[in-house]
Design a protein around this ligand. Structure first.
Ligand code: SF4
Length: 358
């Protein structure tokens, strides 16, 4: 089966830090007492590591998140699935730090090397409002788990100041019930990864125990909050619901078929899934064969065929040839290379009917 071309989408963006938004710089951040009083800052249980660290005094757990949120970039981002991008892009906010240690992380500069800068709650709300003013389709919170309490507080502030966009929570899936309960009623669209179906592989490649159990539980909780993906037919944009991402890894390491079977059993074939072809051997991947290569067309088509054979009705696919565009450079003014104007192709990314690409 042929995989049709996908969004080779646009990457118009701003990037950087705006002192006018209260985003730190060399100035001490305000709100320290308020942030120290947020839920789970005194004893952090926000990700599946459940390390219980007290973040109030500058200590950090394995994710290296401190008292205030740290942001690597905020951009209008055309690299997401079409219902998240529209024509202007999602309003992506990339958070620094991560509780996973994926040896192949494409965002390692912010996730592992902590590129970015601390922002206040007011600053984070200001970023959301700035993205809305710039035409973003939504507020797309990327790697947000370790800052869930800050994000909840900032969303409330931004809503009070007029923010009208849907909130998208775009996580690795290693979210605890405690984190997700903070977000109930605030997040409109959940976009979690389901990276593995084998705990041994997850521990070897991402450095955490219990990933599969935690991520599957998180997806069930997310679904209870928002249900199936809802796309506004007049705009083509997601307004609510769940979209699960499965990154295809070399040599079947992601266990995509097992994850698809789980999703079908728990949620039926209406659940929206995104089969991601963008794997690149970045960060430490060259040390971990077979992760030292990209995936083959055959490996990707096998994942797509499996989804079709299982009867999934809402499947997003990618073009293998455009995946290099998704490698970010977080030190650049435009961290992504997606070219403006390719958004017309978005419908080609969605399979309209079982067994056939649009
Ligand atoms: S989010 Fe960070 S501090 Fe909190 S439990 Fe996970 S690793 Fe520990």
């Amino acid at each position: 089966m042929k995989v049709k071309p996908s969004v080779a989408a646009a990457g118009r963006s701003g990037h950087g830090y705006n002192q006018a938004l209260g985003c730190g710089g060399n100035e001490p951040l305000p709100e320290e007492n308020e942030v120290k009083g947020l839920p789970f800052i005194e004893r952090c249980l926000l990700c599946g590591r459940r390390c219980g660290i007290d973040r109030r005094g500058g200590k950090t757990g394995p994710c290296r998140a401190g008292l205030f949120p740290r942001v690597g970039a905020w951009v209008l981002h055309m690299g997401e699935e079409p219902p998240l991008c529209g024509t202007a892009g999602s309003g992506a906010v990339f958070f620094s730090g991560c509780s996973l240690r994926c040896v192949y992380c494409q965002n390692y500069r912010i996730s592992q090397q902590l590129f970015g800068q601390e922002v206040s709650l007011a600053g984070l709300a200001g970023i959301m409002l700035e993205l809305e003013r710039n035409g973003a389709a939504n507020i797309d919170l990327v790697s947000p788990t370790h800052y869930a309490p800050h994000i909840a507080a900032a969303i409330v502030r931004a809503r009070d100041m007029g923010l009208g966009l849907p909130i998208v929570y775009n996580s690795h899936g290693f979210d605890t019930p405690e984190a997700l309960d903070l977000l109930e009623g605030l997040v409109d669209v959940y976009v979690p990864d389901l990276r593995y179906s084998d705990e041994t592989v997850a521990e070897k490649l991402s450095g955490v125990k219990g990933y599969c159990e935690t991520a599957r539980g998180a997806i069930e909780r997310m679904f209870r909050q928002v249900g199936h993906l809802v796309v506004d037919p007049s705009t083509g944009l997601a307004s609510r619901g769940l979209l699960v991402r499965l990154l295809v890894l070399p040599a079947g390491l992601a266990g995509v078929e097992e994850s698809l079977l789980f999703l079908k059993e728990r949620f039926g074939t209406r659940i929206a899934i995104s089969l991601m072809a963008q794997y690149h051997p970045l960060y430490k991947a060259s040390l971990h064969p077979p992760l030292d290569r990209t995936i083959t067309p055959g490996e990707y088509e096998q994942a797509v065929d499996t989804a079709i054979e299982l009867g999934f009705e809402e499947v997003f696919i990618q073009d293998l040839e455009s995946t290099e565009l998704g490698i970010p450079d977080f030190g650049s003014e435009t961290p992504f290379q997606f070219d403006v104007g390719a958004a017309e192709k978005v419908d080609a990314m969605k399979m309209e009917e079982k067994g056939r690409c649009a």
